[in-house]
Design a protein around this ligand. Sequence first.
Ligand code: SF4
Length: 437
Amino acid sequence: MSAENASQIFEPLFVRNFRCIGDQCPSNCCHSWTITLDKKKYKEARKSPDNVIKVLAKEHFKRLPSESLSDSSYGYIRLDNRGLCPMLDDKGWCEVHKRLGEKALSLTCQQYPRMPQYFGERLELSLTLSCPAVADAVLFDPDAMVMNQVETSDSLKSHFKRGGSPSSALPLWAGILRDFSFHVLLNQNLTLPERLFVLGLTYHQVDPHLENPLKVEAILHQNLRLTEDGSLRNAFASLPELKGHKWNIFSHQVGHITDGIRREKEAYSGLTPSERRFMRLQMPLVRQMAKLMGEDIEGMTELSDAWKSGQHAPESTQAFEQLLQDARPILAPFFAQNPQLLLNFLLYQIYHHQFLLYIKRKPIQFFQVLMVDLLLIEGYMAGIAVECGEINKDIAVALFSAYSKKRQHNAAFVDRLDKCLEESASDKLAAVFALLK
Ligand code: SF4
């Protein structure tokens, strides 16, 4: 299906208002990932009449192995030993863009951070949160998630790759469950944790009935009624707190999020720019926990290894709880000034990630990942808040975008999380809901 025959194109305001901030960007996109090259641009650059481009391309443009070759993924740019794109000049400008213009960029570079995605008949325009300009727009514009139907968009070129779930792959429950989710998240009569509880409970209840849309619909109606009459709020209030549970989940999952950043790298040597940026945001948490524990701990790996081996387990559990508590009075005014921030983040996750259908996972698993994302961000934010005595817009943008670049929503991550939740409490659902307390 192409955009031309998608019956409707939808564009949220954060997409319409997106502008690359170029040299003002705290982390340009030209590093720390595999920049693939389409066949046409690969060949054009290697035969370019511009000698600088030709020499650079011959040196740094490499072919992908023949088994993974296609016209859109034909080669890749070999990054330098700092993880940077070698096409950047001394000032960080892209030589291809500077000398030959935007149209000469590879399709990957032209498209980032744009991600058009099918949702049934709809083509929905989106952007990845790993770009700081996108994180800024999504988190700080109260209207960011307002949706418009459009005919065309600057964020939709005919050659852009499209993802998501076209009609043939979209299950019948997905549309009604997503509408329900938006409706619940926008219910201002509930607190945000209460709204998340309603979503998690509903995803759990519909899980055995996903093949039966009528049953799914009946559960959604019932839960809307139970939300209206206050029953679900009461159920949320009676959820037990699980002492030490948050650190248990955090320390298990953080290793997977920071996969590839090893202890020896925590001294910042040998890190890619993306890893370095992430570590700067992670280290306040490590330092603050080490301080509360009275231990000489230098890195997250050391901290979570110590916990896993049983050494310092009670101290680290207590330190994490204490840190979250100490951060609350610092974070409260920031969230009060930006009441849309977490709500927009959640709406974006549901819109952009489509219940993780692209890796064939279920809504309840999507919910588990969402809860862990929130926990990890809360933990990192607490470390920064206590260390700096404040949180501001720049820190929040840096944290959410760096985290989005590092997090892994692949099938293995989702399955490991499933297992971790199963092992951490007698009831997996209780283990997820305890993160809301
Ligand atoms: S990360 Fe975003 S804002 Fe930064 S250079 Fe890339 S597209 Fe522009």
